[in-house]
Design a protein. Structure first.
Length: 202
């Protein structure tokens, strides 16, 4: 393979246009509007923001005009649900831009279950859930960087008893590679072989 390099446009930096297929996990974020109507939508731009055990936080990057963003801004709560690969078709159903007030969980045939500490529901079929209260929103042009305080984490009971290695092999979270611009399909990866490496102890 050649190691000759070429520069490409920095305008391609937006994650779904990257020349490199950098993997990201895909979640479904559930919120409620001011009338307590449920909304659900998929998000891959969800990352740890503060991993302090006393104040865990995550960041969600979203377009400010989406129902998810507006619901979080108005009601201050949300749940990040982590689906597995067998739910990819249902994930894509929640991606449809329905009118405000339409329950995407019902459209996708997913089951709402009460959260522990916030009003938006968890999704029963998902493997795990981060319940969040809004800490702040950083406005970035047409986008929001949403910082959430993680107030509860729950996972399927069967997974809680497993070691980290066992969970890594058992839980099949889809890998999101994004969508080609102007085309109506999305690129996914499915977790396969786990490579375990050791480092030298000093």
């Amino acid at each position: 393979m050649s190691h000759t390099k070429t520069s490409v446009s920095v305008n391609e930096f937006r994650w779904f246009k990257l020349y490199l297929p950098i993997p990201m996990g895909c979640s479904i974020i559930t919120t409620v509007n001011e009338n307590e109507q449920v909304n659900a939508a998929p998000f891959a731009m969800v990352f740890p923001w503060n991993n302090d055990e006393k104040e865990p936080q995550l960041i969600v990057m979203a377009f400010s005009g989406w129902h998810t963003s507006q619901n979080i801004k108005n009601t201050k709560e949300f749940v990040v649900n982590w689906p597995e690969t067998h739910l990819i078709d249902k994930i894509m159903t929640t991606a449809v831009l329905y009118d405000d007030g339409v329950n995407e969980l019902e459209k996708a045939g997913l089951t709402a279950m009460p959260a522990v500490k916030v009003k938006p529901p968890r999704i029963a079929e998902c493997a795990g859930h981060y319940e969040c209260k809004l800490n702040r929103i950083i406005e970035m042009g047409a986008g929001y960087h949403i910082i959430g305080d993680v107030v509860d984490i729950s996972i399927n009971e069967e997974y809680a008893a497993m070691s980290r290695d066992e969970r890594t092999q058992k839980i099949k979270l889809p890998i999101a590679f994004g969508a080609p611009v102007g085309q109506y399909h999305y690129c996914w990866g499915v977790p396969g072989e786990m490579i375990r490496s050791e480092w030298e102890k000093r």
